[in-house]
Design a protein around this ligand. Structure first.
Ligand code: AMP
Length: 216
């Protein structure tokens, strides 16, 4: 089964994708993670997109479609979770064409709904474990006092350069202008399901599981 997790920055797409990887053996394809990896390894493309990402704007369709195209060549036995991709209508069309080319289908698009004020609170307080990606929040889930990740024990916490209020407002604007039309696009293709992304992680995970069970 191949699915998209669709939602604004801070909706919890990455957190829920990691659970689906653990519980269902799916493969997470996060274009944000791929771009951050390209930046930290100093590739030419990584250097080119750094300023765009820090400002909270979208990198070009061509770049992210190329990244996804490479990954689709890999192992896809458990199915893919597209996380943060597609973000524009041309990306959505390209994904459809790529899946067709591989004889694969897009089975479900899960829209995660969270109100904007909650997103600002989540993003500005967010840090993650650099080793396993566990997400922390200064208010609701502070980093453990012993300085070790509660999931993997590493002591390498990170804050994203674009997790500040100014970049977030640009990212939200990009979401509403360029990404939110995908809700209608996938509704018309009869693949859309919406879940409330505001609750506890387990509750949201349960809602996503129910949607996936219904479609399998
Ligand atoms: P994310 O980790 O998904 O929040 O992505 C971080 C940043 O990477 C975004 O604000 C964009 O600058 C860039 N990015 C990630 N995915 C895409 C995409 N599908 N299209 C364009 N830009 C992207």
């Amino acid at each position: 089964m191949n699915i998209i997790l669709l939602g604004p920055p801070g909706a919890g797409k990455g957190t829920q994708a990691r659970r689906l990887v653990e519980e269902r053996g799916m493969v997470q394809l996060s274009t944000g993670d791929m771009l951050r990896e390209a930046r930290s390894s100093g590739t030419e493309m990584g250097n080119r997109v750094a300023a765009v990402m820090d400002a909270g704007e979208l990198v070009t369709d061509e770049i992210v479609i190329g990244l996804i195209e490479e990954k689709l060549e890999g192992d896809r036995a458990g199915g893919f979770i597209f996380d943060g991709f597609p973000r524009t209508l041309p990306q959505a069309d390209a994904l459809g064409a790529l899946l067709d080319k591989h004889g694969a289908t897009l089975d479900r698009v899960v829209e995660m709904r969270v109100d904007d004020d909650a997103l600002v609170g989540r993003i500005t307080a967010r840090s993650t474990c650099g080793a396993c990606g566990e997400v922390y929040n200064d208010v609701t889930k502070p980093q453990p006092a012993d300085g070790k990740c509660s999931n993997c024990g590493a002591s390498d916490f990170k804050r994203r350069a674009d997790d500040n209020e100014e970049s977030l407002r640009t990212r939200l604007l990009a979401y509403y202008k360029q990404t939110s039309p995908l809700i209608g696009y996938y509704w018309a293709k009869e693949t859309l399901a919406s879940v409330d992304g505001l609750g506890e992680i387990d509750v949201v995970a349960g809602a996503i599981s129910s949607v996936l069970e219904e479609s399998s």
